[in-house]
Design a protein around this ligand. Structure first.
Ligand code: HQG
Length: 179
């Protein structure tokens, strides 16, 4: 499968497993899962066909392991805007985590801290390189260092997705080191 086709299928999955399942009549359970067969059938019925082998390939080869197939069902590992309970355990984070953003957001972040915006959580990365890539989606990346260990010590709950993204409801400005 060429890269273009893979990206097309991956974006289609993001749209319907994270944001708008109802657009193709798909029903996700409370934890975000839906039967693989239902997904393939619903997509085909709405004009976008792919087979199980292609789907397996996209899930396996996806650059960020965005999707998981388990027991005949599929879900997105993170990034939802619809209400789903990923049912991830609370875990102790590393001392420092990173968030890539852009200069135009900094004034607001200095006042409000990091907010989850349209997603369920603020997304944090374990390394600067990943955070840079995230920030670069919007412009020249600015890297914020998050004092995750101190946050954890004061009761903030951290979770980590199946694909290694750290998730937290918000980050108050006092735990953010600005460059
Ligand atoms: C910013 C992609 C103003 C925040 C990526 C970011 C990631 C604020 C934007 C994942 C703010 C939200 C998540 C505040 C935060 N005032 N701006 N108080 N607080 N922001 O896309 O972290 O490809 O929801 O800095 O690779 O950029 O979807 O979050 O710029 O892993 O799998 O508001 O999405 O992964 O943007 O990206 P997003 P994000 P996928």
């Amino acid at each position: 499968m060429d890269d273009k086709r893979m990206v097309r299928i991956s974006k289609y999955l993001a749209k319907h497993l994270r944001h708008e399942p109802e657009r193709i009549g798909l029903v996700l359970d409370e934890n975000g899962w839906t039967p693989v067969d239902d997904l393939i059938t619903a997509a085909a019925a709405h004009g976008f066909s792919f087979d199980r082998a292609e789907l397996d390939h996209v899930v396996e080869a996806n650059d960020k392991k965005r999707y998981v197939i388990h027991d005949g069902r599929i879900r997105a590992s993170q990034g939802h805007s619809i209400e789903v309970d990923l049912d991830l355990p609370v875990v102790e984070p590393p001392d420092l985590l990173f968030h890539g953003t852009v200069a135009s957001a900094l004034d607001a972040i200095r006042v409000d801290g990091l907010q989850k915006m349209a997603r369920h959580h603020v997304h944090l990365s374990v390394d600067v390189e990943t955070a840079s890539r995230v920030g670069a989606r919007r412009g020249r990346p600015v890297i914020l260092t998050i004092e995750a260990g101190s946050m954890h010590a004061t009761g903030h709950e951290f979770r980590v997705s199946a694909n290694g993204v750290w998730l937290v409801p918000s980050v108050p400005p006092g735990f953010i080191r600005f460059p």
